[in-house]
Design a protein around this ligand. Structure first.
Ligand code: NI
Length: 236
C-alpha cells in the first residue's frame, strides 16, 4: 500500500490566529484549498489534525467544517468524519431543479427592488465575463452576476441557500469547463436576463433564468454521462 500524501500539507498557517477569527480563517483557508483542488475530492479531514495545524481548539474547527458542509463542499460520513464532497452532489438534475426553485423565488422578490447601481454592476460583470478566459474567474464572476440580481430579496436565509448552490456550481465549473468544451461561455443568456431585470419585468426575468439553468443542467448531465467521465468517477 502506498502512503497517501497528506492533503493538509499544502496549507500554510501564518502565526497564531486570534480566537475570535479562528472559525472564519479556518473556513476560508479550507474553502480555498478545496476549490482549487489542493485538497482533493474524497480526502478526509480530521478535526484534531486541523486543530493542530491551525493551533486552535476543536470547537472553531467543528464550526468551520459545519459551514463547509452547508456549502456542499464537505460531507460528514460515518467513521470517516468530514470528507471533501464530489464536484456535484448526487444527481445534477435534482440539484438544478432545486436551484431553479430557490433562484426564481429570489429573483422574483429582488427584481422589483433592484437599484440602478445593481443593474450597472451586473452589466460590468457581463463585460468581465466576456473578456475572461480563466476558469476560476469565470465561475466567480458568474456567481457574482447572479447574486447581484437576487441581492435585494429581503429573505436573507433564502439568499444564503441560493449562494450555497452557486458556490457548488462555481466549484464544478472550475474543474470541468475546459473538459466540457466551454472555454468561452456565451453571455447571451446573461444579457437577456439583465435586460429583463432592467425593465423590472419579473415574469420575463424568471422565465429567462429558468431557461438559463435548464440549459446548464442539460450540458452538465450530458457531460457527466459521457463514457470518459463515468469511467473516471467509478470508485476504484
Ligand atoms: Ni449564469
Amino acid at each position: 500500500m502506498t502512503q497517501k500524501p497528506n492533503p493538509l500539507s499544502s496549507i500554510k498557517v501564518n502565526g497564531p490566529i486570534p480566537a475570535h477569527l479562528a472559525r472564519s480563517v479556518i473556513e476560508e483557508t479550507l474553502r480555498a484549498a478545496i476549490l482549487d483542488g489542493r485538497i482533493p475530492c474524497g480526502a478526509a479531514l480530521r478535526q484534531q489534525d486541523l486543530a493542530d495545524l491551525f493551533g486552535v481548539s476543536r470547537m472553531p474547527v467543528r464550526e468551520a467544517l459545519r459551514q463547509l458542509e452547508a456549502q456542499s463542499l464537505l460531507n460528514v460520513v460515518a467513521h470517516k468524519g468530514a470528507v471533501v464532497a464530489p464536484l456535484i452532489q448526487g444527481d445534477a438534475v435534482e440539484t438544478y431543479a432545486l436551484r431553479i426553485l430557490l433562484e426564481s423565488e429570489a429573483l422574483r422578490l429582488s427584481v422589483p427592488l433592484l437599484q440602478d447601481e445593481d443593474i450597472e454592476q451586473a452589466a460590468r460583470y457581463i463585460d468581465e465575463l466576456e473578456m475572461e478566459s480563466d476558469y476560476t474567474e469565470i465561475g466567480r464572476l458568474n456567481r457574482l452576476f447572479h447574486m447581484v440580481l437576487y441581492s435585494r430579496a429581503p429573505n436573507r436565509r433564502l439568499l444564503r441557500l441560493v449562494e450555497d448552490g452557486l458556490i457548488e456550481e462555481e466549484r464544478f465549473l472550475r474543474f470541468n469547463l475546459e473538459a466540457m468544451g466551454l472555454g468561452k461561455l456565451s453571455q447571451d443568456d446573461h444579457q437577456a436576463l439583465l435586460r429583463a431585470a432592467e425593465d423590472r419585468d419579473v415574469e420575463r426575468s424568471v422565465k429567462l433564468l429558468e431557461h438559463h439553468l435548464n440549459r446548464a443542467v442539460e450540458v452538465i448531465t450530458r457531460y457527466l454521462n459521457s463514457p470518459e467521465v463515468r469511467a473516471k468517477n467509478t470508485p476504484r
